[in-house]
Structures are given as C-alpha cells and as structure tokens.
Design a binder for this molecule. Structure first.
Ligand code: FES
Ligand code: FES
Length: 154
C-alpha cells in the first residue's frame, strides 16, 4: 500500500505493508536519529512527533499515519548546528551515551510548545516515558528548564 506522510515538512509517498511500524519506515528512509531499542513501548527512544504530539514510533502503524505530519529529531536542528535544547543538555551534562537523547529532545519540544514555562515537576511528569540509563535525570531536567528559560527571554 502507498501512504503520504509529511516528514520534517516534506511530503513523502511511501510504499509500506499494513503491519509495518513507523519506526521501521522512518529508519528505512534514513531518519536514523529515531532509535530502535525496546520495541515494546517501554523506553521512549523511538519517540517522534505526530501532528505535534509525541508518540512511540515502535508501536504506531505507518498506515495509520497516512495523511498526517511526522517530525523526527532531524527536523529540530540541521547538520551544522544543535538546537538550544540539545546545547543545554550538553552544557548541563544531560547527555552521556546519547542514545536516549533524540527521543528526549522530540518529547521536550512537544512539552515546550504546549507549556513554555514548565515547573520542574511538570518536566519530570511529561518526560517520564523517556528512559535514560546514564544520567539519573537531574541534569536532563535542569537542561530542559534552562532551555525553556532562555527561549522565553528571546
Ligand atoms: S523503542 Fe519504542 S518505546 Fe522503546
Ligand atoms: S544518555 Fe545514555 S541512555 Fe540517556
């Protein structure tokens, strides 16, 4: 079957099977920033935005996304520069092995568009599906609050 999905602001016509998951489709299209980890909706590494809301691409059928808009981590910065959220994560020590970071950033961007001035607890609650094995989360929470503050001051 053929579907049309807007990925990072570009319309794409994609041949897919009815049982194919969005994670597999995106990685086949070379959006390798979308990470393949648990495949069971348990870790958040495969997070992308679907019409502006975070979803787990490992448990989202590609066919169900026909006619919708997907944004991956590649859509939030370009090859030559990091986003403000990515910079803050590095500055605050919130990125170690880095494997969780694409999903974390995609989810953070959804949070900040819904709520540009989140409290610490709101950040923790919103990001609770994005697991990190390295950092203990404090540095990531600090980085998100810092990026949010800097964004509000612009
Ligand atoms: S790979 Fe999708 S939630 Fe873990
Ligand atoms: S930085 Fe390693 S899993 Fe999060």
């Amino acid at each position: 079957m053929r579907v049309k999905i807007k990925i990072n602001d570009k319309d794409q016509f994609i041949e897919t099977d009815p049982g194919e998951m969005l994670l597999e489709t995106l990685r086949k299209l070379d959006y390798k920033g979308v990470k393949h980890a648990c495949s069971t909706a348990s870790c958040g590494a495969c997070s992308v935005q679907l019409d502006g809301k975070p979803v787990l691409s490992c448990t989202t059928f590609t066919a169900a996304v026909d006619g919708h808009e997907v944004k991956t981590i590649e859509g939030f910065s370009d090859e030559n520069s990091l986003s403000d959220v990515q910079k803050a994560l590095i500055d605050e020590g919130g990125s170690q092995c880095g494997f969780c970071i694409p999903g974390l950033v995609v989810t953070t961007e959804a949070l900040l568009s819904e709520n540009p001035d989140p409290t610490q607890q709101e950040v923790i609650d919103y990001l609770k599906g994005n697991l990190c094995r390295c950092t203990g989360y404090e540095s990531q929470t600090r980085a998100i609050l810092k990026a949010a503050k800097e964004r509000r001051s612009k």
